[in-house]
Design a protein around this ligand. Sequence first.
Ligand SMILES: [Zn+2]
Length: 265
Amino acid sequence: MLNPGISDYTCEFCQTGEHSLCVNYQLLGEHLPGTMAELVTVPAHNVVRIPLVSPELTWAEAAAFSLVTLTAWRMLVTRAQLKRSETALIWGIGGGVSLAALRIAKLHGARVMVTSSDDAKLAAAKQLGADVTLNHRTQKVAQEVRALTNKRGVDVVVEHVGAATWDDSLRCLKRGGRLVTCGATSGPQVSLDLRRLFWHHWSLLGSTMGNAAEYAEIVRRLGKGELRPIVDRLYPLAQARQAFERLSKAEQLGKVVVEVSSGRP
Ligand SMILES: [Zn+2]
């Protein structure tokens, strides 16, 4: 199994154990060639043995695990420090990071609200432990969240959408709340009224991937059966185009995996 974040292990951030803050940080498939290839070369630091769990992890699950789980773990545990009995709002539950965030939030004893524009995905999220589901196409999320929390708002908002959801994310955030973001898929430019930021004691937190200790921890939790990625569909390499089309239409619930070789261990 690969940790797709490549750091130099020499800069000042790496030396303090913060590998995803590395000044030379690069991601497979973003800054470096991706893993949709027959052969991939990575530093030994980035390779771990797939843990033995029952039922046994498939290659597709192992492939789907690292990036989204590491991202969601650092967001919720390290950055937002989500606590038992707190409430978290997670946007767009079809995505891999959101689903990993749901699992991690439930593992930490939080109450979790999730959104999607697709009722079928919301029903699936409910099966996976979501306490409240909101359809952001047909419902006013901020209004619903405030009503569901006695006008208080949520403790933590998990953001990766950006421009389209930012204002609502802030409307959902309680006094002293933490908003943690790892993405800007709908656009990177947002506005912020500084008076609301300081008056409400908000924390706005950025997060990307995670360090080696966090990766070791999620792999350990995978081995204990506490974290398991959700694979939406598996495509052979010859149908990779269809895999990308499924993503571009946002039809997936979980990770779309492309199998390069059907060879089994
Ligand atoms: Zn470094």
